[in-house]
Design a protein around this ligand. Structure first.
Ligand SMILES: Cc1ncc(COP(=O)(O)O)c(C=O)c1O
Length: 412
């Protein structure tokens, strides 16, 4: 089991009061906090070996280049990729998905082709495809949801056909908390020679990622969701696929030779990494991987499952609560969305914030899903390795007090 007290001590930000109360951080689906070792990895780079990478022969540049490339190898091992050149550093999941849309889809899809998404996608996995569909005249289809907030795969045979060229799905919903079994989707998609992208932005915090087992063609995530710095994400892709794609951004670093009238491109992965990257944060991302690996996903999952069950049980006692997501811990992560009947989530969120509890209120970048659920937004509590039952108790107590005050106002 996790030693939460010991883990908490690694996160300096958690040791503070907010609005006069102990900070209870329950907004981990938006971004996680950073342990001392990650913060130190960033400052060590700037203090000791700040230099640009790949093009310097001096010692600092070599050291920085080595550390930057070490993160690539660590990421390769972290997700079970075949080769380190299959790991492309981007700014975040959003940029990774845009890279697929611009450098793969734009050159491989034609009018009449179809892209398959789901009703639970984050805007990051919707908007790039919506924009592309206008430009290319391709159609977007969606896998709907069941009444218990899971993917409804009963009509998959109609949704995936020889017109389907790209399937892009989330492995875990940032609103509903569900973890999707993608086996049937990837099998059928590949039968029709469609490529599959997995959005692992949420899932990577909660479960080990193995691109071989997932049987996908592209996968993306952001390091800020796994205790790492902001500004660094990855796109993983099968080498042959990445090799066949033109670059997304062009300029320095991604070239082999430049003439006044022509250019040839660098090999993978540099072809997709134009300009000076976020060197310090890429280097520190390796420290985040090491921190997660030292704890181990087995213990992370056990802790989260126990805490999620506790939170669901305690929250169920709240008058007029409506959950948006499964109320058990089967195939779900520690993201819990809910509303209190009659209260606007933003108003409720503000009262909760006054008590030092950081939760999120709103549409969580899933406006179409909110429309489907016929709500303007939800309260979302998302738990991670430094949360404990005490944090849940404070949330529940705060919620009860808020409801006592605001519930009266709402029912008047
Ligand atoms: C499921 C999912 N996909 C994509 C994203 C986008 O991640 P980023 O903002 O790091 O690009 C998020 C962020 O919350 C997410 O939860």
């Amino acid at each position: 089991m996790l030693d939460v007290k010991k883990i908490k001590a690694d996160f300096p930000i958690l040791n503070q009061n907010v609005n006069g109360k102990r900070l209870v951080y329950l907004d981990n689906a938006a971004t996680t906090q950073k342990p001392n070792c990650v913060i130190e990895a960033i400052s060590d780079y700037y203090k000791i070996y700040n230099a640009n990478i790949h093009r310097g022969i001096h010692t600092l540049s070599q050291k920085a280049t080595q550390a930057y490339e070490d993160t690539r190898v660590a990421t390769q091992n972290f997700i079970g990729a075949k080769a380190s050149q299959e790991i492309i550093f981007t700014r975040n999941t959003t940029e990774s998905i845009n890279l697929i849309a611009y450098s793969y889809a734009r050159f491989n899809l034609k009018p009449g082709d179809e892209i398959l998404l789901t009703h639970m996608e984050h805007h990051a996995n919707l908007v790039p495809w919506l924009e592309l569909s206008k430009e290319l005249g391709v159609k977007i289809k969606y896998i709907p949801l069941t009444a218990d907030f899971r993917l409804d795969l009963s009509n998959l045979n109609q949704l995936i056909t020889d017109k389907t060229k790209i399937v892009s799905v989330t492995l875990m919903s940032n609103v509903l908390g569900v973890i999707n079994d993608l086996t049937a989707i990837t099998e059928l998609a590949h039968k029709f020679k469609a490529i599959v992208h997995v959005d692992a932005a949420q899932a990577v915090a909660h479960m080990p990622i193995d691109v071989k087992k997932l049987n996908c063609d592209f996968l993306s995530f952001s390091f800020h969701k796994i205790l790492g710095p902001t500004g660094v994400g990855i796109l993983w892709g099968r080498e042959a696929l990445l090799d066949s794609m033109p670059p997304f951004l062009t300029g320095g670093n991604m070239i082999a030779s430049v003439y006044f009238d022509k250019v040839t491109f660098n090999e993978l992965p540099y072809k997709f990494e134009a300009g000076t990257p976020d060197i310090a944060n890429v280097i520190a991302a390796k420290t985040a991987i090491e921190y997660i690996n030292n704890i181990g996903y087995k213990d992370i999952a056990k802790h989260e499952s126990k805490l999620t069950a506790y939170a669901l049980e305690k929250l169920s006692g709240q008058e007029n609560i409506i959950f948006y997501g499964p109320v058990n811990t089967i195939n779900r992560g520690s993201v819990i969305s809910f509303n209190l009947k009659g209260l606007h989530p933003h108003d409720l969120g503000q009262v909760i914030n006054e008590e030092g509890v950081a939760i999120r209120a709103g549409h969580h970048c899933c406006q179409p899903l909110m429309r489907l659920l016929d709500i303007s937004g939800t309260i979302r509590a998302s738990l991670y390795i430094y949360n404990d039952e005490d944090d849940i108790d404070i949330l529940v107590k705060t919620l009860k007090n808020a409801y006592k005050v605001m519930g009266h106002v709402a029912s008047r």
